[in-house]
Ligand binder design. Structure first.
Ligand SMILES: NC(=O)c1ccc[n+]([C@@H]2O[C@H](COP(=O)([O-])OP(=O)(O)OC[C@H]3O[C@@H](n4cnc5c(N)ncnc54)[C@H](O)[C@@H]3O)[C@@H](O)[C@H]2O)c1
Length: 268
């Protein structure tokens, strides 16, 4: 059993990770300022600290808890907000990320695993570069949550918007596969960076078809012109993660969407 800190543990990926780590018998703490996290996602078996990651108080938590591992998932992830408020974005993602990594280093944490900031302090880190993650608990709204938005509209039988011709592609990674990779990254004797993805390019029309198959109903969407600057295609190779972690995505798009739809129905 290890003592593990998950920053952002009340968020989409972080809360799924906390549940998995607790199932595996680890002692888990969460640092989250609840800016986009949700109280009902907080695992009651984890110790929760309501704190902003750039706070000086972070060191006292490390002092009291003495973590073996740190997963750093707290971040300001809204791209539009980062353009509108770049100083705030830097404060969270650069200064806050630096504070987590620096403090972890000072308190002799064995390994830091993170997915967001590019600032690095010390050598004991693993950076996982996720493709587009989706699944239960994803925050709706913002560009990260296209599947979350469509699935919510499908189960509520409300309207949603598809920007562009629907042939733009993404590499959609189910959250349990992302969590698998996070757990594997803790186990292996490797420090550095790697992509975590499916290696499959999926267009929005296929996503809509998968949602319609899962619900048995037509999705009510309005097609609007594409957004300026939107990426046309996106797909990442996970070969390095396969070689180092033995990582292999297990859940295909139809299964993942089915699980997301089932979860979304329970939220109604
Ligand atoms: N969702 C994706 O498709 C995706 C893809 C690639 C990378 N990532 C990365 O994964 C990480 C987690 O993303 P997510 O989708 O779970 O986002 P999320 O918004 O659901 O989770 C982020 C969590 O961090 C907390 N938080 C935000 N700012 C904080 C601060 N200053 N101090 C303390 N807590 C703070 C939020 O309250 C929230 O609980 C992020 O680093 C994100 O960039 C996500």
């Amino acid at each position: 059993m290890s003592k593990i800190l998950v920053t952002g543990g009340a968020g989409f990926i972080g809360s799924n990770l906390v549940d998995r780590l607790i199932l595996e018998g680890h002692e888990v703490c969460i640092v989250d300022d609840m800016s986009s996290g949700r109280e009902d996602y907080l695992n009651p078996q984890a110790r929760f600290y309501d704190l902003e990651i750039s706070s000086e108080k972070l060191a006292s938590i490390f002092e009291a808890e003495r973590f073996d591992f740190v997963y750093h998932l707290a971040a300001q992830i809204d791209v539009r907000r980062s353009v509108a408020h770049p100083v705030f974005d830097n404060l969270v993602n650069i200064i806050g990320g630096f504070n987590v990594i620096k403090t972890a280093h000072e308190y002799g944490v064995k390994k830091i695993i993170f997915v967001s900031t590019r600032e690095v302090y010390g050598q004991n880190y693993v950076v996982l570069r996720f493709s587009n993650v989706y699944g239960p608990r994803q925050y709706k709204g913002g560009e990260a949550g296209i599947i979350a938005n469509f699935v919510e509209a499908a189960v509520k039988k409300s309207a949603c918007v598809l920007n562009g011709d629907g042939l733009q592609t993404r590499d959609f990674l189910f959250v349990y596969d992302a969590v698998d990779a996070l757990v594997q990254a803790k186990e292996v004797d490797f420090y550095g960076e790697m992509n975590i993805s499916t290696g499959r390019e999926v267009n929005m029309m296929s996503v809509i078809a998968a949602i319609e198959k899962a619900t048995g109903e037509k999705l009510n969407y309005q097609q609007l012109p594409g957004k300026l600057g939107e990426q046309r295609r996106s797909c990442l190779s996970y070969q390095k993660a396969h070689e180092i972690l033995g990582y292999e995505p297990k859940i295909d798009l139809q299964q993942g969407i089915q699980l997301t739809v089932e979860w979304a129905k329970k939220q109604l």
